[in-house]
Design a protein around this ligand. Structure first.
Ligand SMILES: NC(=O)c1ccc[n+]([C@@H]2O[C@H](COP(=O)([O-])OP(=O)(O)OC[C@H]3O[C@@H](n4cnc5c(N)ncnc54)[C@H](OP(=O)(O)O)[C@@H]3O)[C@@H](O)[C@H]2O)c1
Length: 303
């Protein structure tokens, strides 16, 4: 598996990374990987590493720290690039959650620390205390790179004006499903306001699923917005910031078109690496095959 540098961070990652927060559609509210047995997911992460996949993506919210901790115990820490995300807004909460993260994962540093699911530029400003704390932790050598996972076009745009941001996790797929847009759903509008987000969590499941339709029930973003997202990512990348794609298969909605979905993101020159939620060895093997074949074809053309 080909390795690339994430922007100018000096961090080398595989083209393909493995996600551990696939969907939260289960009635329990847990993502698919959190529902896996700790040993089973740990073994899958080690299998992925054996196949050259060194980028492991998680978040405070995914409940997969126990699984990752188990896998990390069996490898040399430097062989894995660990990316995690925090939902915090202020400095105090960020330091608290970051320290819990280190303890839960049994590590003394995080490679990539992201502000989780930022929807608007206003939200980004409101969470500036969290960014300041992450930058401080970076200066102390406890974080190697700082960024956001973007859930809205205005948040994505703001990155261009933020030199402290080393990289971005951005949603991208050929179908335009569940990608960043300026038109936020009712759920995203509420969740972009910090205190309202806490209230949303308390709503009954039926109400939540009404205001936050599942990916397969959402219309794709219009073509011009898709173009705007790709142009934006190109601009961000031209500032030497790293870009990691996510939602490549639109949370599995594109599973019957996996080859097309993986090939599309793999062909984008401004995407350094991309994470896919993979739940078994077959999916890892298949995605590696698609990427490695595409790389060989490209090398053939270049020769
Ligand atoms: N949860 C969130 O809200 C969130 C938000 C942002 C980022 N993330 C991160 O981004 C990662 C990627 O997002 P995601 O996992 O939600 O969506 P995704 O990567 O677009 O889709 C994952 C799904 O794709 C299917 N799949 C993968 N490879 C396949 C193949 N070769 N053939 C057929 N199907 C295949 C699997 O579905 P089945 O096995 O079910 O068929 C898997 O559950 C997450 O795991 C997480 O680390 C999560």
């Amino acid at each position: 598996m080909k390795r690339v540098e994430l922007g100018k961070t000096g961090i080398e990652v595989s083209r393909l990374g493995i996600g551990t927060g696939t969907g939260t559609a289960h009635p329990s509210g847990y993502c698919a990987q959190a529902l896996m047995d700790k040993d089973e997911l740990a073994k899958l992460l080690l299998y992925a590493l054996d196949r050259g996949i060194n980028l492991w993506d998680t978040a405070f919210q995914y409940n997969t720290y126990p699984h990752i901790k188990k896998a990390l115990k069996q490898v040399s820490r430097k062989d894995v690039v660990l990316a995690t995300k925090l939902t915090t807004a202020n400095e105090k909460e960020t330091i608290r959650d970051f320290n819990i993260t280190l303890k839960d994962l049994n590590t003394d540093y995080i490679d990539v620390c992201l502000l989780h699911g930022v929807r608007t530029d206003a939200e980004l400003q409101m969470r500036s205390g969290a960014i300041n704390a992450m930058v401080k932790l970076q200066k102390e050598g406890r974080i190697r790179a700082v960024g956001i996972s973007s859930h809205g076009l205005s948040a994505l745009k703001s990155i261009l004006e933020m030199p402290e941001m080393d990289l971005v996790w951005a949603r991208i797929n050929y179908a335009g499903l569940n990608m960043d847009t300026g038109c936020l759903s009712m759920y995203d509008q509420m969740a972009s306001v910090y205190w309202l987000k806490k209230c949303v969590k308390l709503l009954p499941e039926r109400v939540k699923s009404f205001i936050r339709p599942k990916t397969n029930l959402q219309p794709p973003i219009p073509e011009d917005v898709h173009k705007e997202v790709t142009n934006m990512l190109q601009n961000i990348h031209s500032q030497s910031k790293g870009i990691v794609g996510m939602k490549v298969l639109a949370e599995g909605v594109l599973r019957n078109d996996a080859e097309k979905a993986v090939k599309y993101v793999n062909s984008l020159p401004f995407i350094d690496s991309f994470i896919i939620g993979m739940l078994n060895k077959k999916e890892i093997d298949e995605n590696c095959r698609i990427i490695n074949t595409a790389s060989r074809e490209l090398e053939g053309i270049e020769k």
